[in-house]
Design a protein around this ligand. Structure first.
Ligand code: PFF
Length: 463
């Protein structure tokens, strides 16, 4: 068979920005702040940072090293490490395949809000029922999802350095500047509450940063740790094939240890700053109750906050949703790439054919997800007790069941079957110093799989 030349990142910076672009997404901006608000503010932050430096670093290192060592897609990489464990690759490709459609559906919601604010309709987005009316609509969610999917697919279509690397180099610095700008602005706002007291952004920042240990017993602490662990998965883009695919495009001479530290730092910094953007603003205009709204924080509470800011709110809202859109696009395209690279390496398809096939499949499944709020509406109680529609079921199965399972299998393979030396040799192949080597070995062999088994048992409602 004719050997096609494999795409490659031109340099470490392009790789770090692309991987950070994948990691920084809706998880950082929409999920992290509401979890932090729910789980005792500063306490969640401390737990999250400790887990990121130990657990997150282990999984990120493992996947990127597998990718660069094998130079294969998620589907085909595991086979090269061990014939018997090649089946992990199927999960590693199925997970992103499942996530793409619903991530694009949510990406479509972000696109809709961005356009609403951009065209001066921010005040309407703040009205009660706006979000519900939009997502239950039969046409608009599908159209916006399609727009979002086309943007991601167009980038993937252009290849690794011409599409992924180039777009990340433009979008990520802009994203960072917008996040920092909005976070600083959020700290400067103030308003007078119902009791006539002035509430400032700094008061909100205190709620976010100072650990609230009221009512936190052993059980609550355990759940905070598990929430933080689940969030890490979501946030770092591990256990969904992406880091294997991106790792496979990294030049052999690049310093992986340094790149991994930078990706982790970028992802955690943006999650932290997302909290600084959102929590003080919501606290100033809606008080402590505004923070307990959970997942609807971004689409329901924030537009109300922008409205309360007065005329400047429409501008802040536009900038905010542009930033979220950039974050979602760089993540959406990485999910697509995980599947596309698997189709290329596993089935010998060209990138063009693979991109078209995956996009069409994502469109069809994505429409089913959108129709989950109207034609195909039903209520399903998930093992964690929450009631959800098709989107929530996809999210639960991929994030809470398949991803922990995939990571447990990867840890066993690396820790016990092929041995951690394979990863350590890959990240130190140019003589790099691997500072957390002993920690890595202990994590991949024992600590990570044990914690993940707990996470999986909780997700399945067995614990
Ligand atoms: N890590 C990205 C984010 O935080 O949004 C991308 C992502 C997360 C994709 C979770 C899919 C997913 F289920």
């Amino acid at each position: 068979m004719e050997k096609k030349e494999r795409g490659s990142f031109k340099g470490s910076i392009g790789f770090v920005l692309a991987a950070a672009g994948s990691a920084v997404g809706l998880g950082n901006i929409w999920r992290f702040p509401y979890l932090a608000a729910r789980d005792g503010g500063g306490l969640f932050l401390v737990v999250y940072i400790i887990l990121a430096l130990t657990f997150g670093f282990t999984l990120l290192t493992t996947e990127i090293a597998i990718g660069r060592k094998t130079k294969q897609s998620p589907l085909t990489a595991y086979k090269q490490l061990s014939k018997k464990w090649g089946w992990i690759g199927i999960f590693s490709c199925v997970v992103p395949f499942m996530i793409v459609p619903y991530y694009c559906a949510i990406g479509g919601w972000v696109t809709k809000y961005f356009i609403a604010f951009l065209t001066g309709h921010g005040a309407e987005a703040a009205e009660d029922g706006y979000f519900g009316t939009f997502i239950t609509g039969t046409k608009e969610p599908g159209i916006y999802m399609f727009i979002f999917l086309v943007i991601c697919a167009a980038i993937i279509f252009k290849g690794v350095s011409g599409g992924i690397e180039k777009s990340s180099k433009v979008l990520m610095p802009i994203l960072l500047a917008l996040v920092v700008g909005i976070a600083v602005y959020s700290l400067t706002i103030k308003s007078t509450n119902d009791e006539g007291n002035i509430v400032t952004g700094i008061d909100g920042l205190k709620v976010y940063l100072i650990p609230n240990l009221e009512g936190v017993g052993v059980k609550e602490f355990f759940y905070t740790v598990m929430d933080a662990l689940g969030q890490l998965f979501y946030s770092l883009s591990v256990a969904m094939g992406i880091m294997i695919a991106y790792g496979s495009y990294v030049p052999k001479e690049a310093n992986l240890v340094k790149s991994i530290n930078q990706i982790e730092f970028f992802d955690t910094a943006v999650a932290f700053l997302a909290g600084v953007m959102i929590i003080p603003a919501v606290f100033v205009f809606m008080g402590p109750d505004g923070l307990s709204t959970g997942p609807s924080l971004m689409f329901v509470s924030l537009p109300k906050v922008f409205l309360a800011m007065g005329p400047v709110g429409n501008v802040v809202g536009t900038v905010f949703f542009a930033m979220v859109l950039f974050a979602a696009v760089t993540s959406g395209m990485s999910l697509l790439e995980a599947v596309v690279s698997s189709l290329v390496d596993g089935f010998g398809l060209t990138r063009t054919k693979a991109t078209v096939i995956e996009s069409v499949l994502a469109l069809v499944v994505g429409l089913i997800v959108c129709f989950g709020y109207n034609f195909l509406y039903f209520e399903y109680t998930l093992p964690n007790g929450s009631v959800g529609q098709i989107l929530d079921i996809f999210d639960y199965v991929s994030n809470n069941i398949l991803m922990p399972f995939l990571s447990i299998a990867t840890c066993i393979l690396i820790g016990w079957v092929v041995k951690p030396g394979i990863v350590i040799d890959e990240v130190t192949r140019n003589g790099e110093k691997f500072g957390r080597k002993s920690l890595y070995v202990a994590m991949v062999k024992v600590i990570a799989p044990v914690c993940l088994i707990f996470l999986l048992l909780i997700s399945l409602n067995i614990l």
